[in-house]
Design a protein around this ligand. Sequence first.
Ligand code: GDP
Length: 198
Amino acid sequence: MKITSAEFVMSNSNVAKCPNEPLPEYAFIGRSNVGKSSLINMLMDQKNLAKTSGRPGKTQLINHFKINKNWFLVDLPGYGYARVSKKDKKTFQKYITEYFLKRKQLVSAFVLVDIRHEPQPVDLEFMEWLGSHGIPFAIIFTKADKLKPGAIQNHVDAYLKKLLEGVWEETPPYFITSSSKHMGRKELLGYIEEINHQ
Ligand code: GDP
């Protein structure tokens, strides 16, 4: 897929106020610092798209970007941030939960995980929660440039093996990416394009 336009549309914390155009939507989520903003900028070939909406606090909101005038990329807040207060965490969980449960346009979530790390409970719980509600998702492994090329697939295989030890019977689709090396861009955009044309 060639990216011809990528526009920031709005930020909010209320799913009822998200854009009411019936365009397919893909939501990006992961732990803070996983490389989500970098990945979104890399996918869209822009330096600051994911953060241009980012006046302080904006990263805690549901951010909609309209891509090629025919689909939405949704940048959701990073979870598992130690400095967030208990009260903020609860509010966060409430609107993110509502987003996933109520957003009819949502086609797939992309759960970002750092390729260097073992599966983290917070990620596994989140994927289980998505699965238990029948919400499709794919995994995006980030920062693949931090591993030697030969170690990349081993890390991925070990991660997926752990996933299968849990509640999963089959592995979700996955993508190996590096924003600094522009890796995985074609595959990920091709995947979205394919679903959009189904
Ligand atoms: P976010 O909090 O998930 O949006 O993460 P950011 O995109 O802000 O990235 C967090 C940190 O990881 C920053 O220091 C980035 O420079 C670094 N980072 C992000 N993506 C990559 C990548 O593909 N490779 C490497 N080596 N570092 C990355």
